[in-house]
Design a protein around this ligand. Sequence first.
Ligand code: ADP
Ligand code: MG
Length: 587
Amino acid sequence: MGKTQKFDHMKLIGQYAGGHRHIITLGRFLAGVSAVMTLIPYYLMWRIIRVAVNGDNPDYITAYALMAVGLIIGALLVYIAALLCTHIAAFRVQANMRSSLMKRIITLPLGVFDEDGTGKIRRIVNDSTAATETYIAHTLADKTVAAVTPVGLLILVFAFSWKIGLICMIPAVIGFAVMMSMMGKNMQQKMKEYQDALDTMSSEATEYVRGVPVVKTFGQTVHSFKRFKDCIDGFGKWTTEYTLMLRFPMTGFMTFINAIFAAIIFAAFIFTKDGVTNANILNIMYYIIITPLVTIALTKIAYSGEAEMNLIDALKRVEKIMEIKPLGEGASNVKPADFGIEVKNVTYRYNGAERDALNNVSLKINPGEHVAFVGPSGSGKTTMAELMVRFFDVTDGEILIGGVNVKDLPSSYLMKQVSFVFQDSRLIKKSILDNVRMSRPDATEEEVLEALKKAQCMDIIEKLPNGIHTVIGEKGTYLSGGEQQRITIARAVLKDAPILILDEATAFADPDNEAKVQAAFDEMSKDKTLIMIAHRLSTVMNADRIFVMDDGKLVEEGNHVELMLEDGLYKRLFEEYSKSVEWKVGA
Ligand code: ADP
Ligand code: MG
């Protein structure tokens, strides 16, 4: 262990522990005391054996035995006290970590919660803090014991017959060397891979469960969740490789530390070569008793090393969240002059990505204009929409709403001006009323109903047992993907913001839903700046202006008729799209 981490985990734990730091120290001290108390009976045992071998007064045996029992009970009580201390501190550290994480998480850019980020964050908040708790509550005390015991043992082992002691230590040293060899850098890396794999599985599992309604509605097979299956398979493969990698070091370690016994027999032969003396018998019996302790102590050290790697990995994950910079809060009192949007030379690159998601894009959307973004998947349409509402901050360039840089607008103000419906907008496990009301908590029931009507949701409400008070996801009340989407549209209708962003918002809609969704959009986008992203090019044909994106760049712009004349990417996309529609109809 030792050198592999420059990462000062104890300092970090100390920061989260605050005043409880001293309780941790007290707990470790008590654990050390208990370890010493546990060792003394072994010395007493040696005395007992000596009394027996030499045929001294047997009353001594009783006295030593009582002392030993007293010490063992005492050691146990002190150990309990130690655990009490470490547990109190551990719970405090966990609580402090979780609350600082949650405080940080609510300030993070919305973009962080995109894609499958939520499952990962949940795991860090739950599991990484729990790992820290376990480490402080249990491992720290054990680690102190594991550090004190070998020192005491070494004294005990060498005190009586250093020669036998030395022979006993040979297998222990070899075992330890083998263990060290597998604890190197590679191990920390493996531990990280292991945690990463768990993270990925966790977020894929969340996606999978969330996606079940879609699977059911569209009659897809579970095999559509290929990513989920892939990551489970990958994990299985990784685990097998990992186990195989450890098979030699681990068997080596186990064999050697358990071979200490054999060493004693070997030693016994050597030392009784010239005749058996009382002193020989005493020492050899003593070593037979004490060597299992060496084995236990070494095993404990090995496992505390593993727990420490786990802890370091957990702490690093927590720190990673704490290091994400919150977006600076805009403080300008200047209100936008109107709700036009201007994008000026905007470049954006995701953290850690190798290419720009958007590259030097400039465009202008007039107030009240209905525009559409089209382009192949991955061309940057979603990124464009997200930057406009400041899910992230641009890497370069500027985005202005009504002449004011979005960075200068207070986030609460900006959020009030924009409604968005995304492909994966989701409902939470609450009533329809509460779900719709999320966009405007002070709305009355009548207003919510009005919004549901405008979003063409009344047919959904009518078939629910308690109307808008029905709790979604309870008692088997599930909505199809298309239906959920219509409810999220009602949410946007209720908000009634001057800028409306629809990203693949019809993606889930089956033909029956689609007409309704389209009608809802027409209704809600009157007099509003509308930004629409759609795969189904039929929905964008009527837009005032269409921006065609390709590989992070704006390559064409104009209305449908103009773009069809241009014979460029749009025309190609449109022809492909028409073909696929014909193909579907034909089929
Ligand atoms: P579109 O919506 O047009 O399909 P996106 O805006 O989602 O495209 O993505 C544009 C590019 O940015 C793609 O190359 C995509 O892989 C990349 N990208 C999108 N989201 C992320 C992310 N969170 N981290 C890294 N790269 C991303
Ligand atoms: Mg997209």
